[in-house]
Every structure is written in structure tokens, then in C-alpha cells.
Design a protein around this ligand. Sequence first.
Ligand code: GTP
Ligand code: SPV
Ligand code: MN
Length: 616
Amino acid sequence: MADLEKSLDDAGLTNSSVREYVLHWAQFLDAERIEVVSAVDDARLLRESLDAGEIDPAGEGLYYSRSYSKDTARSEERTIVATSRPQDEGVYNNWKHTDEIRPVVEGHMKGAMAGKTMYVIPYLMSPPGSPLERFAAGVEITDNRTVCLHMIRMARVGIDLINDLDEPDMFVRAVHVTGDLPTLGQGTPEDKRYFVTVADERTILHFGSSYGGNALLGKIAHGLRQAAYDGWASGEFLGEQFMLLGVTDKETGEKHHICGGFPSASGKTNLAMTLAPDALGERYHVEFYGDDIAWLWVGEDGHLYGMNPENGVFGVAKDTNERTNPTALDAVAEDTHALFTNVAYNEKTHEVWWEGRTPAPPADLDGWRDWKGELVAERGADEADAPWAHPNSRFTTTLANVPNVAADFEKPEGVRIDAIIFGGRTRDREPLVRAITDLAEGVYDGLTLGAEATAAAEGVEGKLRYDPMSMRPFMSYPEGAYAAHWLKIVGAATHQPLFAHVNWFQRDPEDGHFRWPGYRENLRALLWIIARTKGEVTGRQTPVGILPLEEELDLTGLDISREDLDTILTVDVDRWREEMRFREDHLNQFHDLPEEIWAAHRRVAAALEQEASVTA
Ligand code: GTP
Ligand code: SPV
Ligand code: MN
């Protein structure tokens, strides 16, 4: 114990509340030694990880790691929000009483760091000086050096961030234990993994993974689940799975900011990093603020403000290439110190590859191993078509590496939000874009966001499911209260943001092609939204919102068929009427849903019936 305390002295950790927390867990976990990590330790930690074989070199200043083969995505069933308040139980938060679940997860953790180093990672989930800084401080404890490397990229990490807190005890206690991965029974009835956020105690206890949001606790456990709870409990802000970007019109010098939620692996990173399509590049410039999390609040001037609490990008690799997302490729170029996880790796040339990186995989199979570590050249006939990279394989890089990152991305006061968009993978029904001018209808639209499941979570890919505001996996308090909190926070803004719903994923049922070319072309829909915030376009009113007139969209240089364009600018009334019945069931699950939300639902339903009777 004296040795452990001395290591905190040597590291210069002076915050006595943090010291007490660290020493408590060091004893409980039986850690052999403690190492306090700051961002300046990155180069040394990289060297140590390379020497220990935990990561591999992936080109000049680039790194590669593979996670255990049954540990490649967040597990929603194993994720639990615990509190001591039974009224905190919602439909999606997987609530348990703390007294019930804490002993279980702690039982798995007890003594788990015997003979090991316990890393202590003090971090901030906000730019320093943010008005929400008091909710942003945390200290992650982990037994995993690769987690330290990821945290240094994804959060602001350093002892100085935690020593001088205004309220020394106001930090999130985030404990991560990897566990013996091959013995945890992932996905079986004997599953031993527990990812618990004890929200009313601001404590996170994650056992049984070294992957992504299961292990980097600043990101979604703190940045989303805890933050959403804090935002509600304090009445001060919203914490959402949102991207955040700025669009500058170089002709007028005007800049607008849009944030919005798409479910996991549905295009937030791609949209936030997008470049204007070539035909519009002279005029518009897109700036990146964030790709996965935004915290929103109302500033003293009555505007809604937003900021990205993260310091990095944990982006989906699949289909990232020069056409779809050149910015992402620059952000993981040589000497960016980016880390790749679960892509394919060539142990001889140190190259990495993933599906969609190039149209065909590398022709010379020599040295290539797939995400499981198996030699591609030695695959049997039954595996010949299996992907080389895991569909949820990712890259990790800091915001400063993103070439179109906004100059003011760390500005503590955040940026004014002009529009909030929702979108998901929806193969029919949802038009390219529809604007919603009423707050309750906007919140209703977010709550009924539906999308096809993706590989980012364990589950069935392609199946439609509701994902309220893209927060289903991160919801930490009941949905009715969540809706009311949205109405309260955004309702307090004297300048209301415009809501809009977008969809890049409509498909032709005949041959399955995407009707909208997507990626960089998506800016065209955003430009219409911006024009709408300024009252420059009227669009046409439909039962589900205002759709653009074709001539209001800037389609210069766009390659799209007449049939596809007509379809994505049309509301399929009968398909929507069917959808309304599913929505009714979906909303009926929620307790205490504000009457404004039900009223919005009834208005949309009535408008659809009206439209159907006119056209019948
Ligand atoms: P998380 O990090 O899991 O929260 O996901 P995300 O929403 O940031 O997803 P991301 O932008 O990384 O996109 C995931 C997948 O969607 C990638 O395989 C992209 O290639 C694909 N994608 C993104 N934008 C588009 C688009 O406009 N059209 C089509 N067809 N696919 C897209
Ligand atoms: C997501 O799944 O939405 C992610 C990746 O952004 S993870 O951090 O693993 O949750
Ligand atoms: Mn995400």
C-alpha cells in the first residue's frame, strides 16, 4: 500500500478524492503496481505495447491491434444502467437496482489485477473551459495498455486535468477490467460480461471486454450514458449520439452548424468528415466538429449550443476509400499515430486492408491475415468469401488529424446549432430529406427514428428496429422523461433550431441499388436544410413534413436517374400509414410520454389519412 501511494506521489497526483478512489480500487483489484497515464506518455506506451506484442506496426507511425474474436462490438444485452431509484427504469436502459448488480460485477472484478499493472487515466470529456466541464472529468482505471492508447486518442488525458478540479470530488469513477476473454462465455447463457453504469453514483464498472465502447469508458459510458443522466438530473443539458459539423458558404462567408443522430454505423463519421462534392467545392466548405457525441445546452444568448466532448474518432473502416471518405484516409495516414482494430493485416509488409478500401482485395495473398489472425492464403473453400476485416473494424485517430477539422473545434463555448437532423438506414418510405418546423414534432420524429440494425452492435444485421434519437443503446433514463427533457431544454431556446429527417439509404427493391449516391453528395440535402432555416426555400408541405421541390435542390453535376430522384422526393402514403401503426406500439411502451408527443403523432396520422382520402 505504501508503495502504491508512493507511485501516486511520484506521478504528481494531488487530488485527494482521486487518490482515495484509486487506492481503494488498487486494493480491491489487488493491483501489483499503479501507473498514472498522461497524453505525453503515448510514445513510451506505444513502444512498450509493440515490445509486448499487444500491437503491431502498420506503416510509419501507424499501429494495428486485434481484439479477441468474440469481442468485436458493444454488447447491448450485457449493458446495464443501475441506480437506487426504481423510477429510473425505462424500456431500453436495461435498468437494475444497484444493490442487485453491483455485487455481481464487483465479484468478477475482485482481485483481477493480481500481478498486473493498474493504469490510471485522468481525462476530460470536453474542451477545457467548457460551461459543462464539471460533468466532463473522469478517471478510468484499467488493466489494459491498449485501452490507454485508445483513451489518449479519444479523450483529453492528463493529470493536470484532474488535479485542479473546482469540485475535487466531482469526477466519474470509471473502472475497467478486461477479464480472461476466452473463458467469459460471450453470447451464451453463462455470459460473464457486465457493462454497468451506476448513473446516480457517477460510477462505471465494465468487466469482460477490451473493445471500443465496452473498454474506453470516457467515450460512450461516460460521454453518452452518464452524460445523458447528468444532463437530465441537473436539468442543464442533453448528451446525445450526434455528429456535429459546420457548412461555410464561401461566397457569402456565412457559416451554419448542424448536428444530428444516426444509429451506430449509419453514417455520422462519414457525414461529419464529408468534403463538398466536386461540382460544389468552389462554393461550400464542410468543417468537422464531431462524429459520435454532442452535448447540447442553451447559452445565455438564448441560442442552442453544441460541442463534441471527444478528442478523437473511432470510425468504421468498412467502405472507407478515396471516393467515399478521403478525409478519413488522410486522418489515418502515415505519422498520424492512428490505431487500426480488427482490419486485415499483412505481417510482412505491415499494410492494412478492409472491405471497400479498394474494389478488390490485394491480389498477392502473401503475409495477409484476416481479422481473426488467420492466413488468408490458407483459407478453406468454405471461408473463401468471408470478409478479411470484421464488418465493425475501426480506426482510432485524434481530431487534430482530421484535415477538415474546424479551426475552432476546441472553442470552450461551443457552436450555435441551426438544425438538428435524424436519419438511419431505411430502405423504403423515408424520403431524402423532410423538414419539421415544430419542436414537439421534431422530438416525436427523433423518438420514432427507425433503422436497420448494423454490425456495430451484436444482433441481426438488416432487421428494422426503432432507435430513439439514435440513443437506444445509450439510453440511461426513462423515455418519457427523456422526451420531456428534450422539450424543456430545446424549448428554452429563444431561437429554435430546425428539425429535419434525412435518409441516404433508400433502395430499389428490384436490384437493391441505393437510390441516392450518398457520401459527399449528402451535402446537397444539408444545403437545402440550411436554406430552409433562412426561409430561402418553401418546399412543399406533406403529412410528414416539408419536402424540397426538385428545383430547390442544387443537383449540379449529380448522377441520378429520374426514377430514383422522383422516388426519394415522394412520400409513400400507404407505406407511411402502415408505419404509423408500428409507431403507435413503439410509443405505447413508454411511460409518461408527454402529451405534446402524442399530439404530434396524432397530427401526422390524421394528415396521412387525409392525404389518402384525397388521392383515393
Ligand atoms: P458509429 O461510429 O458506429 O456510431 O457509426 P457512424 O454513424 O459514425 O457510421 P459511419 O459514418 O462510420 O458509417 C458506417 C457505414 O455506413 C460505413 O460502412 C459507410 O461506408 C456507410 N455509409 C456512410 N455514409 C453513407 C452514405 O451516404 N451512403 C451509403 N450507401 N453508405 C454510407
Ligand atoms: C457505436 O457503436 O456507436 C460506436 C462505437 O460509436 S463504440 O464506441 O464501440 O460504441
Ligand atoms: Mn456511435
